[in-house]
Ligand binder design. Structure first.
Ligand code: SAM
Length: 218
């Protein structure tokens, strides 16, 4: 039996997935940021993705990070908690209400104002203004149709050894279902394959949350 078949026949992982998603213990700051997210109609990263973001930010020793899709700051707080004390998070959102809520979350997390640069605008307009090869980490969590363009911008922005992280990369299990052909799923399926095949990147798909695609710029 070819190895791929054996992988497909392995046990149902949903119990372990739910366990892993519930395992991180979130404090009042994150719970409050989640509350604000729901009030604003924003879907924040789940606790599992939040924990992975903190670990990756810390493990990479990133000093400069870009976030595309600030929301009300849940993922930003998780990134800031992994980034070093001198590191700066540049976070972009098209919605000023979301940015205001995120600034409150960063303040409640005890993050000094000079550690975050919040930029209001469409990512497609803002990213081209950021400097080449100046960032250690780029996290993408915004509009799905924009992702192919954000990936190209991220590769330009990242230093060698820098990390690209894309949230919702498995699109609620739809990417894995060949019968799912809606435009968002098709974009995410193509993004996963093009990153896998991109010689500039080494990548892995983590099943955390709705899928977290991580890649390192070689
Ligand atoms: C899923 S939410 C981000 C949640 C956030 N990362 C968190 O975990 O708290 C997506 C965000 O992307 C923003 N957004 C949507 N399209 C955008 C665009 N073209 N440029 C910048 N931000 C955009 C939305 O306003 C929204 O706040």
């Amino acid at each position: 039996m070819p190895p791929r078949k054996r992988i497909l026949m392995s046990a149902d992982k949903s119990t372990s997935w739910s366990y892993a998603e519930d395992l991180p213990a979130e404090d009042e700051v994150l719970l409050h940021a989640r509350e604000r997210s729901f009030e604003l109609g924003v879907t924040p990263v789940g606790p599992g993705v939040g924990a992975v973001l903190t670990v990756l930010a810390a493990a990479s020793k990133a000093q400069t990070a870009v976030e595309i899709g600030t929301g009300a700051g849940v993922s930003g707080v998780c990134l800031l908690r992994g980034l070093g004390p001198q590191a700066v998070l540049t976070t972009i959102d098209v919605d000023v209400e979301h940015l205001r809520a995120a600034r409150e979350a960063f303040q409640e997390a005890g993050s000094p104002a000079n550690r975050t640069r919040t930029i209001s605008g469409r990512a497609g307009d803002v990213l081209p203004r950021l400097t080449d090869s100046a960032y250690d980490l780029v996290f993408v969590d915004a509009d799905k149709p924009g992702i192919p363009g954000y990936v190209e911008q991220a590769v330009r922005l990242l230093k060698r050894g820098g990390l690209l992280i894309i949230n919702d990369a498995l699109d609620k299990d739809r990417v894995a279902n060949p019968a799912a052909r809606d435009s968002t799923t098709v974009v995410l399926r193509q993004v996963g394959k093009s990153i896998r095949d991109d010689d500039r990147l080494a990548s892995a798909m983590l099943p955390t949350g709705d899928g977290l695609l991580v890649a390192v710029k070689k």
